[in-house]
Design a protein around this ligand. Structure first.
Ligand code: AHR
Length: 682
């Protein structure tokens, strides 16, 4: 299989190298348009004749085909999707006051009401009527607030006949006051108790701080200081940021993988993502470090931790809300192999049982009856119905014999207890090469159901990989293209050209829907002030978010998935950017539910291309009507959508004609086009 891929790739490499070189030459005005045409062997007048075998209804396209991969990277969870606005709300960061400014008589204590988060603060008498004791939180790159919206402030507190003032402030204001909104909260309980007030600012501000100070003589103890917009996704307390969930849900994802990525593995085993710490009362979920705070020292974020506030319960719920299959991935007992090269960093195979038990318990948490231990916890948290978990991943980017030998006992135990559960193994961090070649046969031997492949690759890889899956072994596990994104050479931002090549690559995924069952772009989310890795699917700041061109590609595929693959060829060959195909990629599906044929054509060349696409095999009584063409294009291939210009590159839809079931049209240079036709029977 892999030899085949390599040969195809070699053949295509030179051709596509020419295309890429040509783009840059064009940019530098080195060749005239005429010379370019000759050089590339592309004749703009040539008609690209394609055939759709409309009556050959092929493989089913899995409902899980297009989805999302979520990881807490780039402040994707804390400071992002998780709508909590207070950083270090429980004073559990290793530097307990990180994110806080304290003034006056403030003491840190550690015998609080939540055993896994024992720290809290005591605000004491400052010693003089004109002095103050208080604390001030900076949020995540500030606290984003919107005029007229309400924010739920909550705190666990104890104190007798005490008052605190709770304010949102603009520290750097040139106005008369720094205070944006302020309220007094009476604390009158000897024992710890949860207090709540709503703050409604009249000003929109991305960089507010929360200030709390004592307004009475005496002492007050404060723990788990929290601030959420009340307008979260579905209005939930401990909820998620609405605009970001909307952007995820809008693509109609079929699968939702979580919680990563590398954070599943941990820099060491102690810091792997531990799902059991992420469920139960939110106040008592212990803090974990986030490896992305230090992984890239040139993008260093020492205040990046995982509170697990958005834990497995919330992630299952999110998958359910979006109608996506949940796909949790768990540690296989190997800590991150990029960061560890000694045996003792990992769990010995003979000591794996607790890790295997974690996987079995997770399945019980998701699907178990409410009278089981973990199913009971799910019910207690508010979801007595099962989450219907069908897929589970074991291990992220693992490699070497140490992986299959650990995966094996997981597979055996899961198969025994849950024979219908689909298990996902890994093919390592690379899309080809030694580890990949070693792991695929190992995954086959272990009979995993799907193999997770990752590819963050440059332009030429995407251009050369249109046929990647055409020759995969149909008898082995299916493919989960679990993390992919086109990383332009020297162009790490989400520019149009990268998304165009992703669209081109996805035609090959779609054509091979019998073997590829899932594909998820990665990473998903990034804060513009807090990213470690790019490109990313959705960018945001404290108030706004933007859907990238890559998001639009996902969205177009998600909404035009169809139900079955239909053969589409040019000169009897798949249209996968092969030599002589003028930089074209194409695929076709039938949408049985809507009686529609949907074609996807991607023109990666810098010339518009004439297309003549004939639908063969249709009964005489059938005609194609109500043609629509949706295109995604930018005249500037380096252009991107930004927070300030979020709609710079968006799909455009128009009606098109089709006569005698032949589509005679032209696709513009560097364009992703979707053509849709309804089936009409006389
Ligand atoms: O998506 C970012 C990282 O890329 C993931 O954590 C990891 O799986 C891959 O290396």
């Amino acid at each position: 299989m892999n030899k085949c891929i390599k040969n195809q790739q070699k053949k295509l490499f030179l051709y596509h190298k020419n295309i890429i070189n040509t783009f840059s030459m064009k940019k530098h005005f080195l060749l005239s348009a005429l010379a370019l045409t000759t050089y590339m062997g592309i004749n703009a007048q040539q008609v690209n004749n394609m055939v759709v075998q409309a009556n050959k209804i092929g493989a089913e396209i899995q409902p899980t085909m297009y989805g999302h991969f979520f990881e807490d990277i780039n402040y994707g969870a804390d400071g992002g999707l998780y709508a909590e606005l207070i950083k270090n709300r429980s004073f559990e960061f290793p530097q307990n006051f990180m994110g806080w400014n304290v003034f006056g008589n403030v003491t840190l204590l550690d015998d609080g009401p939540f055993d896994k988060n024992p720290h809290y603060v005591r605000l004491g008498n400052p010693g003089h009527a004109h002095k103050r004791t208080g604390i001030e939180n900076e949020g995540f790159f500030g606290i984003g607030i919107k005029a007229g919206e309400s924010y739920r402030f909550s705190v666990w507190a104890r104190g007798e006949n005490q008052k605190i003032i709770v304010e949102l402030i603009d520290n750097a204001s040139m106005g008369e006051t720094q205070v944006i909104t302020s309220q007094t909260l009476d604390i009158n309980s000897k024992e710890w108790k949860k207090y709540e007030i709503k703050l409604t600012p009249e000003q929109t501000f991305a960089k507010a701080h929360l200030r709390i100070f004592l307004a009475s003589a005496g002492t007050v103890d404060l723990e788990h200081i929290s601030l959420f917009p009340t307008d979260t996704w579905k209005g939930r307390e401990n909820g998620l940021r609405k605009d970001l969930v909307q952007a995820l849900a809008d693509t109609k994802p079929g699968v939702f993988r979580f919680p990563g990525g590398c954070i599943v593995e941990g820099t060491d085993l102690a810091t792997r993502y531990n799902w059991k710490n992420s469920v139960g009362p939110v106040e008592n979920r212990p803090l974990n470090e986030n490896r992305w705070h230090y992984t890239f020292p040139h993008r260093f974020f020492p205040d990046y931790f995982q509170t697990y506030g958005m834990g497995f319960y919330e992630l299952f719920l999110l998958a359910e809300d979006m109608g996506a299959e949940p796909l949790p991935v768990l540690s296989c007992g190997l800590s991150c192999q990029f960061q560890n090269n000694t045996e003792d960093a990992h769990v010995k195979v003979c000591d794996l049982q607790p890790y295997i038990q974690d996987a079995l318990d997770l399945i019980e948490f998701a699907n178990g009856a409410t009278d089981t231990k973990w199913g009971g916890l799910r019910a207690e948290m508010g979801h007595p119905e099962p989450f219907n978990l069908k897929f589970i991943g074991i291990g992220n980017e693992q490699w070497g014999p140490e992986y299959p030998e650990r995966l094996k006992p997981f597979v055996e135990a899961i198969r025994k207890a849950y024979p219908d559960m689909k298990i996902i193994g890994s093919s390592g961090p690379n899309s080809e090469g030694k580890d990949f070649e070693y792991l695929w046969p190992e995954m086959k031997k272990l009979k995993v159901d799907l193999v997770d492949e990752h590819f963050y690759r440059p332009e030429d890889w995407f251009l050369n990989s249109g046929s990647r899956y055409d020759n995969y072994d149909r008898k082995g596990p299916k493919v989960f293209a679990g993390e992919y994104a086109c990383h332009g050479k020297g162009k790490k931002w989400n520019h149009f050209h990268a998304s165009l090549l992703e669209a081109a690559f996805l035609t090959g995924v779609e054509r091979n829907a019998d073997i590829v069952h899932m594909a998820t772009y990665a990473p998903l989310l990034a804060h513009v002030e807090g990213w470690q890795w790019r490109p990313d699917l959705i960018w945001f700041d404290n108030l706004r978010s933007v859907r990238t061109c890559s998001w639009y590609v996902q969205n177009l595929y998600g909404h035009n998935k169809g139900t079955n693959v239909i053969p589409l060829t040019m000169d009897k060959k798949a249209v996968s950017g092969q030599e002589g195909q003028n930089g074209l990629f194409a695929s076709a599906v039938l949408d049985k539910d809507n009686n529609t044929y949907i074609l996807k054509v991607v023109n990666t060349s810098d010339k518009s291309q004439k297309l003549n696409i004939e639908f063969k095999g249709l009964k005489k009584s059938v005609s194609l009507v109500n043609g629509k063409c949706i295109t995604l294009h930018s005249d500037n291939s380096d252009a991107e959508n930004t927070l300030d210009e979020p709609n710079k590159i968006v799909p455009v839809e128009k009606d098109i004609n089709i006569e005698k079931n032949i589509l005679d049209t032209e696709i513009g240079e560097m364009t992703f086009a979707i053509y849709k036709f309804e089936i009409s029977k006389k």
